[in-house]
Write a protein that binds this ligand. Sequence first.
Ligand SMILES: O=c1ccn([C@@H]2O[C@H](COP(=O)(O)O)[C@@H](O)[C@H]2O)c(=O)[nH]1
Length: 269
Amino acid sequence: MDDLGPLCVGIDPHASLLGDWGLGDDVAGLREFSLRVVDAVGGRVAAVKPQAAFFERHGSAGVAVLEETIAAASAAGTLVIVDAKRGDIGSTMGAYAEAFLRDGSPLAGDALTVSPYLGFGSLAPAAERAAATGRGLFVLCLTSNPEGRQVQHARTDGVSVAASIAAHAAALNAGAAPMGSVGLVVGATIGDAVRGTGTDLEAVNGPLLAPGVGAQGAGAAELADVFGSARRQVLASSSRGVLRAGPDAAALRAAADAATQEARAALRG
Ligand SMILES: O=c1ccn([C@@H]2O[C@H](COP(=O)(O)O)[C@@H](O)[C@H]2O)c(=O)[nH]1
């Protein structure tokens, strides 16, 4: 991450973007779009993050394109964070872990986004599988959408839900060096919510995935403000902010390079 800069490019093939790129809102368009993004930014950015929903909306053939996209990005030497936000009771979580975190599974990238809102302990099968296979998790903590506050800022005995999630992640990462592989999702759009919820991001000792850069309005100033002394742990994530520069590969690369420079200045300066 330090060589390439702290940017993750989201692969979110919205129907509107497919249209803007002159592609059909169908499986052929989805495939062309996703592989063009990988071709353009693979090997140039720290990670890509295919958003599973935009593949699943095309049915099983769309899921096959997600598999192909994961394989292509991995072949290009780029880390893949599969943004599927899975979360369920433990026994079902075990099946999600087999799908997204098992060696040899075509849906397995390098990390998976997961939801702790069925209780952090329900994620144990995913945490165990990730640890056993050298993969990572990004646990939703303080999400970039304004509605997240209703749940994430709620307090029990004075402790916010977000702070409690961060403390659970910290426990799983305890003693890991240079850091553990249980990360958090903390939106770059959340203003002073880290302080407001009493969430100790540095103590997590894990990576922080920061969506919300670009289309949702966050930039360098917001990244620096939100993350403060935890900024070295951050991987900034932008999807539409980069993808809107397509379909031209050089323009996509230029957009990814500019977003990388902006994130680097905010987070590594
Ligand atoms: O808190 C969160 C968690 C995940 N996301 C996802 O990131 C991208 C953002 O796309 P943009 O086009 O850069 O807005 C998208 O896949 C979301 O599902 C998030 O935005 N916030």
